[in-house]
Write a protein that binds this ligand. Structure first.
Ligand SMILES: [Zn+2]
Length: 510
């Protein structure tokens, strides 16, 4: 077929004289077809990273005992107060007594030490202690229930009521399920006469909700000082979610491989103040409001890289229907489109940028007095790859007003590193998830909040965040909120998961 004939066929009927297509058009057409072919080939050849698992024989555990011991733990008010009320130390000691009484084998076979008095570190010696160890993190403390919200709980927050298929209580999700399930798993394995091949550390901080300074920071320091070779760290931070994205029928286990950083800036303006009967053309409140407004109008640019990009490319991409795969396999081209969809909801949009959140605004005391000072606090959650110095610099540029003083709070943290996703440790975790929760897809992702595990990146490049719990997005929102709860039947499965994780980590070459 000649070029002219082809053009006539494409051009349709009525063409008296075959017009020759302009070579540039032909060039574009050819390039477009090649591009489509390339996109399709990339989508078709996207390889699954899901670990293949064999069906597992049922793991029998004392389900009602597991649930009762967990419920008793929820009744103990191990609260971390944000203000200077301090903490209720007797509650933590009562919690330790409950653990010792509930898990006698753990407390006989493992070495236990107290760190900063209330944090607990257990070491379960393996048969080959020189191998890289497994560190299982969980935290004992919970956030307070403020007096105003107690009434709005369906069941009292510290009574761990079982109703409608859930265990209700503060700390059920964050993070006592994990702590108890880990201990149950070890207790059960000990009862079976099991000893791991490598060392397993259980590290339970007591101040995660306050930043982990006396808990997780010290735990990481101690392990580093003792030169413990760490091969896998697991903490809270991810879970199994249904209906995460359109086109995905299976639940997705999101495993946090990195977490965002944290920075608060105080923006302040100072002046003379004065009587409100003779206001200046620009008040301090006006100047500060404009600065905040500029920051909101000019958010940090979004980008799809690191852990968020791996979520598509390594996680759900290969498992998605072809049309979605076309997008996920070709993020070099489709990234703006995928980002636009993600930015539509704050839940996913926050994975794409350093976020800007004005949280405090102070100015004025009396309705007829111009304040001499106005102050606002803006909180930023930093995307891995950004830095607090970079954020401060950009804020100065955007505010662009020398009258606004910008000061960083001391409590800041840089974004974490990104853990390996191609490691034996990641595959061990994925295997354990898929053995206990068949059909679940495992996908790396970025944790937008903070966890104790961030302090362990210096010890190990395999730090993961995942809670073995199948949960609805709406229940996830109950963390730190009202009506925190976990499905009753998720508790025994969480125990089974940690059992398999310890066994699989023993068998693997981490
Ligand atoms: Zn937590």
């Amino acid at each position: 077929m000649s070029e002219g004939q082809a053009a006539a066929m494409v051009g349709g009927r009525g063409a008296e004289r075959p017009r020759r297509a302009h070579p540039v058009c032909l060039g574009f057409g050819g390039a477009f077809i090649s591009l489509l072919a390339l996109l399709a080939v990339r989508a078709a050849t996207m390889e699954s990273t899901q670990v293949e698992v064999e069906p597992l024989a049922p793991i029998r555990i004392d389900e009602s005992g597991v649930i009762e011991r967990f419920r008793a733990g929820l009744r103990i008010r191990t609260v971390s107060h944000q203000d200077d009320k301090g903490r209720d130390e007797p509650a933590f000691f009562a919690f330790h007594t409950h653990l010792a009484e509930s898990y006698p084998r753990v407390h006989a076979a493992l070495e236990r030490e107290r760190v900063s008095e209330l944090t607990l570190l257990y070491r379960w010696r393996g048969r080959e202690p020189a191998l890289p160890a497994v560190v299982l993190l969980a935290h004992q403390d919970v956030v307070p229930v403020d007096a105003a919200s107690v009434e709005s709980w369906t069941h009292p927050p510290f009574e761990s009521v079982v109703a409608d298929g859930f265990v209700w209580g503060r700390g059920a999700l964050d993070d006592k399920l994990s702590l108890f399930a880990v201990l149950e798993a070890v207790e059960g394995l000990l009862a079976d006469g099991y000893q791991p091949r490598r060392d397993v550390y259980l590290a339970f901080g007591h101040d995660e909700e306050l930043g982990g300074e006396h808990g997780a920071v010290q735990l990481a320091r101690i392990l580093a000082e003792r030169r413990v070779d760490v091969g896998l760290v697991l903490d809270e931070g991810g879970a199994m979610l249904d209906g995460l994205l359109p086109g995905l029928a299976d639940p997705v286990a999101i495993v946090g491989v990195a977490e965002k950083g944290y920075l608060s800036l105080t923006l302040s303006v100072a002046g003379k103040g004065g009587h409100s009967s003779s206001p200046p053309p620009e008040s301090l409140i006006g100047i500060l409001s404009s600065a905040i407004r500029r920051l909101e109008r000019d958010p940090f640019p979004s980008r799809l890289d690191g852990a968020a990009r791996a979520f598509f490319e390594r996680g759900i991409g290969p498992e998605s229907p072809f049309l979605y795969r076309l997008a996920y396999a070709n993020l070099w081209l489709t990234s703006p489109l995928v980002q636009a969809v993600m930015l539509r909801t704050s839940g996913t949009g926050t994975m794409l940028r350093t976020t800007t959140a004005p949280t405090i605004f102070h100015a004025g005391l009396k309705d007829n007095v111009l304040p001499a000072r106005a102050e606002a606090v803006v909180n930023f959650r930093l995307l891995p790859g950004d830095s607090s110095e970079g954020v401060i610099e950009r804020v100065r540029d955007v505010v662009d007003d020398p009258r606004v003083e910008i000061r960083a709070h001391s409590k800041r943290r840089e974004p974490s590193e990104i853990s390996r996703m191609d490691s034996a440790a990641f595959r061990t975790l994925a295997r354990s998830i898929r053995e206990i929760f068949p059909g679940t897809l495992v996908a790396p992702f970025l944790v937008i909040a903070g966890t104790d595990s961030r302090y362990f990146h210096a010890l190990c490049d395999c730090v993961y965040r995942f809670l073995p719990l199948r949960i609805q997005m709406s229940d996830m929102m109950r963390v730190h909120g009202t009506d925190e709860r976990v499905p009753v039947d998720s508790v025994p499965d969480a125990v089974r998961f940690y059992r398999r994780l310890i066994e699989n980590a023993s068998a693997a070459e981490l």
